[in-house]
Design a protein around this ligand. Structure first.
Ligand code: ZN
Length: 426
């Protein structure tokens, strides 16, 4: 059962902190207010640079919780990495709860490529709100809050407890966010039965829901070789080994790309991608180096045999030279697949809300990574969904935007989804 909040975070709640945009729906104003808080995550806790303003977000959320009349809880999982939980207790708080998750950090911007300040929450005449985080994923955090605000105002109450969770650090691997959060007592106390997390925009009329993720594999292959003078035919050099591995890796990449392009029913999440993202080595022009390395980013799809893939990569290294070694930075195991069968009560709750609203829903494997990759292996089903259609996929891109009409249409969608999820019978 959720206990009364012990508020560890020191923040002052502004009494009237609302920015004023005349004639605008207040929900849009609140969304723009959250977007205007700069929360670019830093790679590590000690990375130099301006700190993300997580406490600006905490103050915003604390005010929201107060206005809506919900329990607010905040604590740090690492220095300056606060997690916020906003809770609405259900009629039976002993039942597993519904978790609505949102990460509060965003990725950096190349400001000179933007048409406006990425943190000014600029709204164009056509209603496009151009801001970092507008799609990924401050929109979702606001949808949860706006939907719950409306449901409470309408006097609704539900069987299960609803927890809105706000995480730092997702964009840099969740090491000082979700990964630490799920190890804490505060998480166990939530007794989560189901989690809703972020999805992606869909450029068509349809909406996309994600029921699994590809597994990230980040690795380095080290290639030692004979050094020598740059004027000679040295044998068995590091670069020759790199070339052999590059050829194998890029051939594999081509084969997966061809598979994707040859079958229109396949999406990016249905194949394995490979990119050589780093090449290291070399001293100066006239010295043949004694070692070189290749860094790769693979996203392994759920139908891929992990052991087979591992042996293939190790085989590339062996073929290039007996002394070549493979070192993993990340090698996630297979993502659990969440049921999208109508017999599953959580899926039925989600899909019937979409049917109620006549939404066309496409099921996909998430091509990149989200906090759900931490949640699903705990045995908790998690679906990735962002109520964004008719919008280009611009997460992490220049001029990321969400139109205010799409944002406003999303609120009743979330009202229905949340109502159904919190009413799932035991
Ligand atoms: Zn995201």
């Amino acid at each position: 059962m959720f206990s009364a909040p012990a508020n560890q975070c020191q923040s002052e709640v502004p009494t009237s902190g609302m920015l004023h945009y005349s004639g605008e729906d207040p929900a849009v104003t609140r969304f723009r207010e959250l977007l205007s808080i700069q929360t670019i995550s830093l790679k590590n806790l000690d990375t130099p640079g301006p700190q993300p303003d997580y406490y600006g977000v905490v103050r915003f959320l604390e005010r929201e919780a107060k206005e809506i009349g919900l329990l607010f809880k905040c604590f740090e999982v690492a220095p300056n990495r606060p997690v916020v939980i906003i809770s609405w207790e259900g009629a039976d708080p002993t039942l597993p709860s519904v978790m609505l998750n949102c990460h509060t950090d965003v990725v950096p911007v190349f400001q000179d490529k933007w048409e406006c300040d990425a943190f000014s929450a600029y709204k164009k005449e056509n209603g496009d709100i151009v801001a970092r985080g507008s799609q990924d994923m401050k929109c979702c955090g606001c949808w949860y809050l706006e939907a719950v605000r409306n449901l409470r105002a309408a006097g609704k109450s539900f069987l299960r407890t609803i927890h809105m969770t706000f995480m730092p650090d997702e964009e840099v691997g969740s090491f000082n966010g979700m990964i630490k959060f799920v190890q804490r007592e505060e998480f166990k106390e939530l007794n989560v039965g189901f989690c809703l997390d972020e999805g992606l925009a869909n450029p068509t009329d349809a909406f996309t829901v994600f029921y699994a993720e590809r597994s990230p594999w980040w690795l380095t292959i080290h290639c030692p070789g004979n050094p020598g003078h740059g004027s000679r035919f040295i044998e068995n050099t590091a670069v020759e080994k790199v070339r052999k591995i590059l050829n194998r890796a890029l051939d594999y990449r081509d084969s997966q790309e061809a598979r994707l392009n040859s079958d229109p029913s396949l999406r990016l999440g249905d194949v394995t991608t490979l990119n050589v993202t780093m090449l290291g080595g070399g001293v100066q022009w006239n010295v043949v180096p004694d070692s070189m390395s290749l860094g790769m980013d693979l996203r392994v799809t759920i139908t891929q045999d992990h052991q087979e893939l591992l042996e293939m990569i190790q085989g590339w290294a062996r073929e290039a030279g007996e002394d070549c070694t493979v070192e993993f930075r990340i090698r996630d195991s297979k993502s659990p697949v969440v049921s999208t069968d109508e017999s599953d009560p959580w899926w039925r709750a989600f899909s019937s809300a979409c049917k109620q609203r006549d939404l066309k829903v496409e099921k996909e494997v998430f091509p990149a990574g989200t906090d759900s990759r931490v949640i699903r292996p705990l045995g908790i089903p998690a679906l990735g969904f962002s109520a964004i259609n008719n919008t280009p996929i611009l997460l992490h891109d220049h001029n990321e935007f969400l139109n205010e009409r799409v944002f406003l249409k999303g609120i009743p969608i979330y009202e229905d989804i949340i109502s159904n999820l919190a009413s799932v019978k035991p």
